[in-house]
Structures are given as C-alpha cells and as structure tokens.
Design a protein around this ligand. Sequence first.
Ligand code: INI
Length: 158
Amino acid sequence: MKTIEGCLPCPEAKIAIVVSRFNSFITERLLEGAEDTLLRQGQVNPDNITCIRVPGAIEIPLTVKRAAESGKYDAVIALGCVIRGATYHFEIVANECAKGLTQTMLGSNIPVAFGVLACDTIEQAVQRAGSKAGNKGSEAALSSLEMINVLNNLKNVG
Ligand code: INI
C-alpha cells in the first residue's frame, strides 16, 4: 500500500497570510501564532512570508483568491475574527467569509488554510488566540505546511 502524507518542514515555501484588522486585538495574536509556527516548525525563510492586511472578514476571500491566483505563493493562510454582536450582521459576515473561502479553496491550485474565528463571545475568541484553547492561527499554519508537502508528494508519486 502506498501512503501519501506530508511532514511539516517547508524551507523553500513562499506563504501569504491574509489577516483582517477588525478585532485586531485577536487577529494580531493569530498572526503571531501563524508566523511562529511557519518559522519554527516549517523552517520557512522569513523573507518568504508575506502578510496582507484587509479591513474585515468579508474582504478576506477576494484577497485570498487574488493571492492564490498570483502564482507567487505555495499556500495562503486566512486569519480573521468574527464576534457575535446584537444583530444578525455577525452571521452574514461569518457565513459569507466561510462560504467565500471554501469556494476559493476548491478553485485554487494551492492549499488555503482557514483560520477565521467565529465566536459568540470575546472570551471564546481570546481562548482561541493563544490561551486556553490554543492558537487557531498556529493551527492554520500547521495545516498549510502539511498540505504543501502532501500536494508535492502527490505530484511526485510514481
Ligand atoms: N468584520 C470582522 O472581521 N469581524 C466582525 O466581527 C465583523 N462584524 O461583526 O461586523 C466584521 N465586520 C466588517 C466586515 O467584515 C467588513 O469589513 C465591512 O462590512 C466593510 O466591507
């Protein structure tokens, strides 16, 4: 039986991180987690990591799509944070961002990692941005590293 799987080191990889400014007290922590993981676990060259900032979660999918289509990157990581407010707006932003990103992933030739939080409370977001529940930016970065190697190994299999 042949098994195709990916390890984490990607020393040659070029990676874009699209991060939204809305709820930046959370998204900056996700960005720190992602960068730390790319450098320490992925051994990615810091010069090959590009951060692209956008206003909010709604703007993430188009930007990820453009970055993926540019041919400049081996993976794109999407980072954002949507927190429930008093109105239905939260659901629109969270759902449209997720929908746009899943469409982009399927139409893309490279891995797109989903690190957009959708939380009921600020506390839940804090827990997922480097405290109790880990760092979802770091987890998204791990998945992008693994997927770069999975897709490379898939291409090279005899
Ligand atoms: N954008 C977010 O990233 N998170 C939110 O929680 C949020 N809420 O709740 O409003 C949010 N809204 C802004 C939206 O993403 C766009 O930037 C804005 O509508 C301009 O297009």
